[in-house]
Design a protein around this ligand. Structure first.
Ligand SMILES: C[S@@+](CC[C@H](N)C(=O)[O-])C[C@H]1O[C@@H](n2cnc3c(N)ncnc32)[C@H](O)[C@@H]1O
Length: 220
C-alpha cells in the first residue's frame, strides 16, 4: 500500500444503506453521463478493470449496459469492496468479478493485471499526489492489451485555472488537507499518458466542469 490519505468529506461522500451497499451522491449524478461515454468509447468485448470503484454503483450499471465486457472492480478500502460486492450480487450479473484490493499507486500491478481491453478511472487523480498519478498512469499503460483503452474522468485544472467557485473551494479544501493533492493540470495528464506510450484519442467536456480523456494503447 502506498499509504492512505485522510481526505475531506467532500472528496468521497458515501452513505451506508441496507446490506452493506454504500451510495455516493456524486456517483449517482455522474453515472448516466459516464455510461453514455462508455457506450461510445469502450470496447464492446473483453476485460475491463475499474480502478477505485468506490461504492460499486458504477460497475453494477456499466456491467449491465456493456455485457460483452467482463468487469474487474477494485478498491483499496475494504468497506468499499464489501459494498461493490453487494451491488454485484444484487445485480445477478455474471460479468462482474469479486472486488480486488488494488492500490493503483503502488508499482507492479500493471504486469499482474496485464491484458485489459478497458481500464476505467473515475474521480481519483485529484485525491492523490502527482508522484502517485505518475505510477498509476505507467501501470495502467502496462496493463492495457494492444488496442485497449484507458478512460479517465474527473475534475482538472485547465491552463492553471479552475472553472467554477465550487471547483475553487473543493481544490482549496484538498490542498488544505494535504498540500500534495488537489486538481491536476489536464495538459500534464495528457503528457503522462503519451509518455507512457498511449495515444490520446479524445478529450471531452463532461457535466459539472469535469473532463473525460480517452487514451489507447496502439494495436502494434
Ligand atoms: C472519490 S472516490 C471515487 C469512487 C468511484 N470511482 C466513483 O466515482 O464513485 C475515490 C476512491 O478511490 C479509492 N482510492 C483511494 N486511494 C486509492 C489508490 N491509491 N488506488 C486506488 N483507489 C484508491 C478510495 O477508496 C475511493 O473509493
Amino acid at each position: 500500500m502506498t499509504g492512505r490519505l485522510t481526505l475531506p468529506d467532500t472528496a468521497s461522500i458515501a452513505n451506508q444503506t441496507e446490506g452493506g451497499k454504500l451510495v455516493a451522491p456524486s456517483a449517482s449524478r455522474n453515472l448516466e453521463p459516464i455510461a453514455a461515454l462508455l457506450a461510445k468509447e469502450a470496447p464492446s468485448r473483453g476485460r475491463a478493470l475499474e480502478i477505485a470503484s468506490g461504492t460499486g454503483q458504477h460497475v453494477a450499471a456499466f456491467a449491465a449496459r456493456l455485457p460483452g465486457l467482463h468487469w474487474q472492480p477494485s478498491d483499496p478500502d475494504p468497506v468499499r469492496r464489501a459494498s461493490i460486492d453487494a451491488y454485484a450480487t444484487e445485480s445477478g450479473l455474471s460479468n462482474i468479478a469479486a472486488a480486488l484490493d488494488l492500490d493503483a499507486a503502488a508499482p507492479g500491478w500493471g504486469a499482474r493485471l496485464a491484458g485489459q481491453n478497458l481500464i476505467l478511472l473515475v474521480n481519483l487523480l485529484h485525491l492523490i499526489p502527482m508522484d502517485w498519478v505518475k505510477v498509476l498512469i505507467a501501470e495502467a499503460a502496462h496493463a492495457l492489451a494492444p488496442g485497449g483503452r484507458f478512460i479517465l474522468y474527473g475534475p482538472f485544472l485547465r491552463d492553471g485555472s479552475l472553472t467554477s467557485d465550487g471547483d475553487r473551494a473543493f481544490h482549496a479544501s484538498l490542498i488544505a488537507q494535504d498540500p500534495r493533492i488537489g486538481y491536476k493540470e489536464i495538459a500534464d495528464i495528457l503528457a503522462l499518458l503519451r509518455a507512457a506510450g498511449l495515444s490520446v484519442i479524445d478529450l471531452q467536456e463532461m457535466p459539472a466542469n469535469n473532463l473525460a480523456v480517452v487514451a489507447e494503447r496502439p494495436a502494434f
